[in-house]
Design a protein around this ligand. Structure first.
Ligand SMILES: C[S@@+](CC[C@H](N)C(=O)[O-])C[C@H]1O[C@@H](n2cnc3c(N)ncnc32)[C@H](O)[C@@H]1O
Length: 225
């Protein structure tokens, strides 16, 4: 693989206050349970938004791509073969599925799949051209720290892409999302996740937002580094 690994940097791990009760242990436990049925339960409804994100990655010029929270690797076969993909995830069981897929589909452009915390990785600064996180921002314990880490890992001129469900500001969805919020731990994600939980005011002024087509619930966000 192209990227050199470095020791965990405690400075990367500090500095932000977690927004909610999802901790690493509950994420690992939730995705241990989800891994076997994830593709069936979630693969379908998320596929269009995932494809839009991967298509954007493929259109961008950089070759070194970090997929954060790679999960079972549903996106891996969709990258162009000239993109060099590194995937990371906290969940052994999800990664096992991603490794099986990589092997089965002979995905030679997948450079490595690491069990690693996306909020405090062991990669050098500026190791990648693109960092993409699909359906991950509302899952991690500390989204602002995730974004800071992705920013650290992307070369100047590169891109951060996020696909996520962001909470509605009003209407019936607002009520449903708030009603589901106490189930965060069991679900393994935050249904009431708002954009300002990850982006600061400066980023909110700069991000490019591509909403999901009509009735969709996932938004693609691009932040140029
Ligand atoms: C909803 S799944 C999304 C999987 C995949 N991106 C997809 O498109 O299907 C969220 C994934 O993020 C992973 N995850 C959550 N917190 C993480 C963290 N701090 N570091 C790395 N992976 C994390 C989970 O283990 C899980 O595989």
């Amino acid at each position: 693989m192209n990227q050199t690994l470095r020791k965990q940097d405690p400075a990367v791990a500090g500095g932000f206050v977690p927004i909610a009760a999802l901790d690493h242990a509950s994420i690992v436990e939730a995705y241990r349970r989800w891994a076997g049925i994830y593709d069936t339960a979630f693969g379908g409804i998320s596929s269009k938004a995932r494809l839009r994100a991967v298509s954007m990655v493929n259109r961008l010029p950089g070759k070194d791509v970090l997929e954060v929270g790679v999960g079972t690797g549903l996106a891996l076969p969709r990258y162009d073969s000239d993109k060099r993909i590194t995937g990371i995830d906290l969940s052994k069981e999800m990664l096992r599925k991603a490794r099986e897929r990589t092997r089965k589909d002979a995905l030679t452009n997948v450079q490595a799949l690491h069990e690693m915390d996306a909020e405090a990785t062991s990669f050098d600064d500026a190791s990648f051209d693109i960092a993409v996180a699909m359906f991950v921002a509302s899952v991690v314990p500390n989204p602002k720290r995730l974004l800071a880490e992705m920013r650290r890992l992307v070369r100047p001129g590169g891109d951060i892409l996020l696909v996520n469900h962001f909470a509605a500001a009003k209407g019936p969805r607002w009520w449903i999302e708030r009603a589901l919020a106490p189930a965060s731990r069991a679900l393994g994600w935050h249904p009431d996740f708002a954009m300002d939980a990850i982006f600061g005011a400066d980023d909110l002024a700069r991000i490019e937002i591509e909403p999901e087509p009509r009735f969709g619930i996932f938004t693609l966000v691009r932040l140029r580094v």
